[in-house]
Design a protein around this ligand. Sequence first.
Ligand code: NI
Length: 153
Amino acid sequence: MAIRAIRKDSDEILRKTSRKVEIIDERILTLLDDMTETMRAAEGVGLAAPQVGVLRRVVVIDVGEGLIELINPVIVYEKGEQLREEGCLSIPGKSGVVKRPEKVIVRALNRKGETFEIIGEDLLAVALCHEIDHLNGILFTDKAITIKEQGRD
Ligand code: NI
C-alpha cells in the first residue's frame, strides 16, 4: 500500500468524468488499497479515484462505521433532504453547507466483482453523494449554499 498525492483546487482532472471499471484487476485492487491509506492518512471520510489522479469510478468511504469500497457506484434511490456542512480533501481550507438527500441507496460492485447495495442515511448519505459527484467532475463548492474559508467568517 502507498499514500498517493491528493489533487487539489484547480487541478483539471477533478473536473473530468471518470470511466467505469470493466475488469477488476490487480491495478484496481491496489488503487482501492492506496485510496484507503491515503484517506486515512489525510483523516478524511471519503475519497474518489480522480482525487488521486485516476479517472476510474472507484470510491472509498469511512464515516466511522467501517470501510466501504465502491466500484461503479450508482444512486438507485433517494429520499428527503438535509443540509450539512461539507469539506473536501481536494479543497483544503474551505467548507460549505450543501443540500443533499436524507437517504440514498447506492448500488455498486465490491472488490470481488459482486453487486451489492448500501443504504446511506445522514452523514453516510452525504458522503455517498459527495464522492459520486467527484466521479462526474462535480465539487461540493458547485452546490454549496454558503462557503466558508478557514480563518475568515
Ligand atoms: Ni471531496
